[in-house]
Write a protein that binds this ligand. Structure first.
Ligand code: F6R
Length: 589
């Protein structure tokens, strides 16, 4: 996690770095810092969000047309000014920002300390500038010393390094994301494209173990893997800067929830050739695994129900972090479908590496083309949802569901019917995200905002919605929310129900009878029942009306709860775009 950005060009670097940091804050926001270079380094860093630090320290007077910056999600060392990046060497000649984890930092630090290096922080990152300094002492130049230092690092990194006497940025990546932006007379290097999208749409996706040297006159890329200079082509992204801005919305979360009117349609705009190719690989596979983390995992769970219903097909759904335990079932005929919004989740990448080592074919479903996952897969499908900035996954989830549903239709030879059904949903989503529905949900949020626990139940496909809904509520409002399969209540969880305990019940035509009887069991023990259902029922204390959408129910039913989670956070005085302890791309294991 953590976000990094660097700039070299003719403009004042600080405003570019500052705005870039704000766009990267979804990756971490416990401290931040900027260093610029003219004749010397000028550095400011502190704990807090970028805007808060700016109010205290005023970044704007940092001079120079070259600089690097960082926004942090702490892994090694507490949230302190000393641990905030950039980090420097003993003499303050080298400055580094880093995203990732240096696994062998303790060993490296021990050696450096025994060679007289003085450390100022508890971070793993600080070994990097000291290591470069140590190698430079032996007579190597800054660039070559950085290459040597990188060779001794174990773990993952995206780093940007500066030397006080040289007008250049050394940018390197291994396992953590880093993209280069190319504009007239200037270069950017950042964890993600939105950080510099207002300046250029021309990007170079760095490959793993690439080290780029950015100067005023050009860019050169060296591959640590291939051991020489390499050519990396410049791509043009079709993202629009407005997609990375809040516009009329108070928060990205609400903006992205509203965007689902379009993003579900965009997800299913796949060509027949692409879909046919995927259908072919699914049909020819001997064993299929869907792997993902968090919200993307919930989309996989829903997909497994849809595939079983529509195609009588069995797929294994495994949390990416648990996947290595399935070693014995993997063969070169196994198809692994890795699902990830960011395409950078360390658990997913690790699982894919594991599967590849056993010869499995990898198909990925991602929202960020050019991410590590797209590059390591045999083929990939693009969710086309546009940048998702809020830490919480909302639009990417419904896009994943839409794409999986489309594949299920295609597998039963009904691609066009599937497209039609999914396209039609824009109408439903438009209504569910309207001001009237939002007002009604706010009424519910007022009733729930001081509750300590919220339970959620569903059966079949609606059980997977309950799981995702619980995650949305808990991660943004910090209210304990827990989902159960309706049939499991009597096996234990019902003991938790007390007078006034809220329970959200997801109802579909298929599961109505049984899930309503579970709702009645909760109600007769004092529970407060919120029905997410096409029709009202006397058991409901509060009714959120959603139309019956059969296989598409997961897409439709999650939307009111995304809005509820948002409203709960706002009413509790929390920032929905930046929940505590979380970061958007989880690039650590
Ligand atoms: C929840 C959320 C996380 C992510 C998870 C996987 O709102 O955002 O649970 O879903 O970290 O991220 P990706 O899909 O980028 O692999």
């Amino acid at each position: 996690m953590c976000g990094i950005i660097g700039y070299i060009g003719t403009k004042n670097a600080t405003p570019i770095l500052f705005n870039g940091l704000k766009r990267l804050e979804y990756r971490g926001y416990d401290s931040a810092g900027i260093v610029t270079l003219d004749k010397e380094f000028h550095m400011k860093k502190d704990v807090g969000k970028v805007d808060e630090i700016n109010t205290r320290l005023n970044f704007s007077d940092l001079p120079g047309t070259l600089g690097i910056a960082h926004t942090r999600w702490a892994t090694h060392g507490g949230v302190t000014k000393e641990n905030a990046h950039p980090h420097t060497d003993c003499e303050g000649k080298i400055a580094v920002v880093h995203n990732g984890i240096i696994e062998n930092y303790q060993e490296l630090k021990k050696n450096l300390v025994s060679n007289g290096h003085k450390f100022k922080s508890q971070t793993d990152t600080e070994v990097i500038p000291h290591l470069i300094e140590e190698i430079m002492k032996r007579g190597k130049n800054f660039h070559d010393s950085t290459l040597s230092a990188l060779r001794s690092l174990e773990g993952s990194y995206a780093i940007l390094a500066l030397h006080k006497n040289e007008r250049k940025i050394v940018a390197a990546r291994k396992g953590s994301p880093l993209v280069i932006g190319v504009a007239d007379g200037s270069y950017f290097a950042a964890s993600d494209i939105p950080a510099f999208l207002e300046h250029t749409k021309n990007v170079v996706y760095m490959h793993d173990s690439d080290v780029a040297l950015l100067t005023d006159t050009g860019m050169k890329v060296f591959s640590l893997l291939e051991g020489g200079d390499v050519n990396r082509k410049v791509d043009t992204v079709d993202w629009d800067i407005r997609q990375a801005e809040k516009g009329e919305f108070n928060h990205f979360m609400l903006k992205e929830i509203s965007e689902q009117v379009e993003t579900v349609q965009k997800a299913v705009q796949q060509t027949k050739e692409v879909v046919d190719g995927v259908v072919h690989s699914i049909r020819n596979a001997h064993g299929i695994f869907l792997i993902a983390s968090g919200t993307s995992y919930h989309a996989c769970l829903a997909a497994s129900y849809i595939l079983s219903k529509l195609n009588k097909m069995h797929v294994n759904v495994v949390l990416a972090s648990e996947f290595p335990h399935y070693e014995h079932f993997l063969t070169p005929k196994t198809l692994v479908v890795a699902v990830s919004q960011s395409g950078e989740t360390a658990d997913v990448l690790e699982a894919v590496k594991y599967a590849k080592a056993r010869g499995c074919k990898i198909l990925s479903i991602v929202n960020v083309v050019g991410s590590s996952l797209t590059r390591t897969s045999d083929s990939f499908l693009n969710l086309n949802a546009g940048p998702e900035i809020c830490v919480l996954a909302t639009k990417s989830y419904t896009s994943q569901l839409a794409l999986f549903t489309l594949l299920a239709y295609a597998l039963s030879g009904k691609l066009e019917e599937g497209k039609k059904r999914l396209n039609y949903l824009w109408n439903v989503i438009y209504h569910l995200t309207s001001a009237t529905v939002k007002e009604k949900i706010k009424e519910l949020a007022e009733k729930l905002k001081n509750k300590e626990h919220i339970f959620l139940i569903g059966r079949g496909l609606e059980y997977t919605t309950a799981l995702e809904a619980a995650l949305k509520i808990k991660e943004v409002s910090y209210i304990h929310a827990e989902a159960f399969a309706g049939g499991e209540l009597k096996h234990g969880p019902i003991a938790l129900v007390e007078d006034g305990t809220p329970c959200i019940v997801f109802v579909s035509e298929e599961t109505e009878k049984e899930i309503l009887s579970n709702a009645n069991e909760i109600k007769s023990r004092g529970g407060y029942i919120i029905g997410v259902s096409p029709t009202n029922n006397e058991v409901f204390d509060f009714w959120l009306k959603v139309p019956e959408a059969n296989n598409e129910n997961p897409i439709v039913q999650i939307i009111p709860i995304q809005i509820l989670a948002y409203q709960l956070a706002v009413l509790r005085g929390l920032d929905p775009d930046h929940p505590r302890n979380l970061a958007k791309s989880v690039t650590v294991k």
